[in-house]
Design a protein around this ligand. Structure first.
Ligand SMILES: O=c1ccn([C@H]2C[C@H](O)[C@@H](COP(=O)(O)OP(=O)(O)OP(=O)(O)O)O2)c(=O)[nH]1
Ligand SMILES: [Mg+2]
Length: 148
């Protein structure tokens, strides 16, 4: 059984379903576009797609906006800022920033499942100034330093 947290959602009255887990084991709840009619995303284009959702993520958690792999594979549609971050103190309308990496225009219609929402616990850092850091085998190596 997975951990569950309650996410309050303002009634949006737009005739669209709440985010829905497609299967019992799904990590992400699919979220629908609340566009009026449809929006066409040209190749290379991006748009903030409204969802009609205004939510309160519980303190200590975040909500991630992730792409759907089917849209990515079949149409080159992904989330420009993936994973998008919905802060627990955000009370605006949740939007999904879609980008079309494909070579054809992509039509987003009202009610289309455009992305998925994953709730995750947040660990916050206490950034503290220090005179030195612990030494490691990696040191400053990165960006392919161990080979490809
Ligand atoms: O895909 C996204 C990403 C963010 N947001 C909303 C919720 C989030 O809490 C807020 C701020 O997001 P973020 O911190 O990523 O954006 P920013 O550019 O840093 O804006 P801000 O200065 O408002 O924090 O915008 C969305 O609706 N969808
Ligand atoms: Mg920010």
């Amino acid at each position: 059984m997975s951990v569950q947290v309650e996410v309050a959602v303002l009634p949006h009255g737009q005739g669209l379903p709440l985010p829905t887990y497609a299967t019992p084991g799904a990590a992400g709840a699919d979220v629908c576009a609340a566009v009026e009619g449809e929006v066409v995303l040209p190749p290379g284009g991006r748009v903030a797609v409204p969802t009609g959702l205004v939510v309160a993520v519980p303190e200590g958690y975040e909500m991630q906006v992730r792409p759907r792999s089917g849209l990515a594979l079949q149409h080159g549609i992904t989330v420009a800022n993936a994973p998008g971050t919905i802060d627990s103190d955000f009370r605006g309308e949740l939007k999904v920033i879609l980008v079309n990496l494909g070579d054809r225009p992509f039509v987003v219609r009202r009610g289309d499942r455009i992305a998925q929402l994953v709730v995750a616990p947040v660990v916050r850092a206490q950034f503290r100034k220090a005179e030195g850091l612990s030494t490691t085998a990696r040191g400053e190596g990165g960006f392919g330093s161990t080979g490809v």
